[in-house]
Design a protein around this ligand. Structure first.
Ligand code: NAD
Length: 349
């Protein structure tokens, strides 16, 4: 299938395939929109089954970044990069420098940062080859650095908004929360939930990350295959996308789905399925914008850590607005968020 006929092609402005012979790096960058500013979005390093899955991922993720950046009110369009991971191309400074040269060749149309499979340290090597990168280590008090704690903080506020809207409660104290994936964001989120008195159920396919989390907070560990269907009040997906499907939704016991993972809905019909089951869904790109808010402040050199904290706090208000409208109109939350995002991108175009 060609790109223009691809189911996930959505008027993307450009698509860039990169290969670096010296490191074996294979990467794809998708620029969905530059209407609101340079296309910004993290780099995902993942072992895809095939190139076609990587293309699907980068097309969906880059559109999601356009929506996320627009709704968060940032001077960024939407883009995303994927690095096709393999045993022959392990993580190395050279690999990320080579990737930095790829980003640099786009002349600032695309700005990168860390996403799944990449860290703040990796971005330091990218920075050696390009200025078009954010999410780098910062001095205390300065905006920026690892975006994950900010993503977790925004999610926590979004979860509280959902709890108020769906369960009529003021806090998560005493509620059971299932966190799928305890990596960078998931671990920070677990800490916040635990401090607020929630009971945690967690799963991860990475044993080290599970151990790090159970060392930090009390949590019941379940098998990854059971997590989505755990007997909990809230499901917080913090691993990968495509988890809310016609097969999984009928078995979900949680009354709220609110977490950091991108592209949680497999298709828009799954947003309707959730609403039909009266499961309140926090649209992923609205609730997980904390990290990119921090990335934007760092990139533009605007604002302090405290300003970022206050901007991330507004995620809660945005979701409260969406939940209220959903209740008044009977429309699914993902539709309301998509409508708002599309209008904002179209107006800028
Ligand atoms: P990460 O790679 O640090 O963590 C992801 C975790 O999920 C890993 O521990 C991994 O082992 C686990 N995992 C993968 N498949 C799983 C499965 N089937 N069941 C259970 N666990 C599984 O990534 P992250 O930075 O924490 O990001 C998590 C999600 O949040 C991703 O979807 C990412 O795109 C999204 N997100 C992250 C940020 C950020 O600031 N890091 C910002 C916005 C959105």
């Amino acid at each position: 299938m060609g790109v223009f006929d691809h189911a996930e092609f959505d008027d993307h402005e450009s698509l860039h395939y990169f290969y670096d012979a010296s490191t074996g790096l294979k990467a794809i960058v998708a620029v969905h929109s530059t209407a609101l500013g340079p296309a910004a979005g993290g780099t995902r390093r993942w072992s895809y089954s095939n190139e076609s899955d990587a293309l699907t991922d980068v097309l969906r993720l880059s559109r999601g970044m356009s929506y996320k950046n627009a709704v968060a009110g940032l001077k960024f369009g939407g883009g995303k990069a994927v690095i096709l991971a393999s045993e022959e191309t392990p993580k190395s400074p050279e690999l990320f420098r080579a990737f930095g040269r790829c980003v640099d060749s786009l002349g600032g149309r695309y700005i990168t940062a860390e996403d799944v499979g990449c860290s703040t340290d990796d971005m330091r090597y990218v920075r050696e080859a390009t200025q078009f990168v954010s999410g780098l280590p910062q001095d205390a008090g300065d905006a920026g650095g690892d975006p994950s704690p900010w993503t977790a903080l925004g999610c926590f506020g979004g979860i509280e908004a959902a709890v108020q809207a769906r369960l009529g409660a003021d806090s998560v104290a005493g509620l059971r929360v299932a966190v799928q994936g305890v990596g960078h964001v998931g671990l920070y989120l677990c800490r916040l939930l635990h401090e607020a008195g929630a009971e945690l159920v967690i799963a991860d396919v990475n044993g080290d990350n599970l151990n790090m989390t159970t060392d930090a907070v009390p949590a019941t560990v379940v098998a990854p295959s059971e997590l989505l269907f755990a007997d909990v009040d809230i499901l917080a997906p913090c691993a990968l996308g495509n988890i809310l499907t016609s097969h999984t939704i009928p078995k979900i016991k949680a009354k709220i789905v609110a977490g950091a993972a991108n592209n949680q809905l497999s298709t828009p019909a799954d947003g309707i399925r959730l609403a039909e089951r009266d499961i309140l869904y926090a649209p992923d790109y609205v609730i997980n914008a904390g990290g990119i808010i921090s990335v934007a402040a760092e990139y533009y050199g605007e604002g302090s850590e405290e300003d970022v904290r206050s901007d991330v706090g507004r995620i809660r208000d945005r979701l409260q607005g969406i939940f209220k409208e959903a209740k008044e109109t009977g429309r699914p939350t993902h539709e309301l968020a998509d409508e708002l995002a599309r209008k904002m991108v179209a107006a800028a175009r």
